[in-house]
Design a protein around this ligand. Sequence first.
Ligand SMILES: Nc1nc2c(c(=O)[nH]1)N[C@H]1C(S)=C(S)[C@@H](COP(=O)(O)O)O[C@H]1N2
Ligand SMILES: [Mo]
Length: 256
Amino acid sequence: MSDSRPRRRFLARVAGAAGALLLAGCDRLSRSGWFPPILERAETLTRRAQRLVTSRKSMAQEFTEADLSPGFRSNGTEVPDDARYLAMADSGFADWVLEVGGLVERPLKLTLAQLRQMPARTQITRHDCVEGWSAIGKWTGVPLHEVLARARALPRARYVVFHCADPMEGTEDSKYYESIDMDDAHHPQTILAYALNGAPLPIANGAPVRLRVERQLGYKMAKYVMSVELVDSFAHIGGGHGGYWEDRGYEWYAGI
Ligand SMILES: Nc1nc2c(c(=O)[nH]1)N[C@H]1C(S)=C(S)[C@@H](COP(=O)(O)O)O[C@H]1N2
Ligand SMILES: [Mo]
């Protein structure tokens, strides 16, 4: 047991160095449009080190009300440029339904009111964005495992894909999306959040519902979630890498 400690410290340092490289940020990377091979290697190393150092079942740190950031900034899309979304926002998301489908026994359509009646979890956590900022916020929502239990995932389901409302490049087929595996989907802190700091989720932060997957980086936390799809592979979705930023070179498992 004690033999593994120096190795763990070494891996943690390697992971830290790789993390620093990631601070280059979504925007800069997407503008430059190329990825230095060193960054890809560092990311692979981060993932390997991460898997060795932390268990996938461990909990992310939770904080107290005293730790809350004064405000929770918005990043990426602040208002989806989508007519259907804007119409739903106008009526307080009364017509919004979360569709749950794909590899499930019972496809679901859940309204916001129905989600709010389901078992809820509140957690105060720190959000880390690769662009180099962090914020602590209080999130309330339905644990994703509650939704999956109702939909009854088929045994061959391996990933949960979140389809969002916001078009990223002005076209219908480039909307933001993300995916996580079944381990993270069943983690107690993985929630579909509808409230931030005790108030309904603001549009800037993903109204009416956004994903929180607390042991990963900010870009995994899909905002404006419209549907949840269980799949056995994400090769056929978007660019095939499991997320909007992943299709542009980001690591799929963005462990912190
Ligand atoms: N649909 C959607 N989800 C998204 C984004 C986005 O642009 N669109 N940006 C991601 C990034 S990079 C971060 S850091 C967080 C920002 O969440 P916030 O706007 O609540 O700060 O949302 C993530 N989820
Ligand atoms: Mo981010």
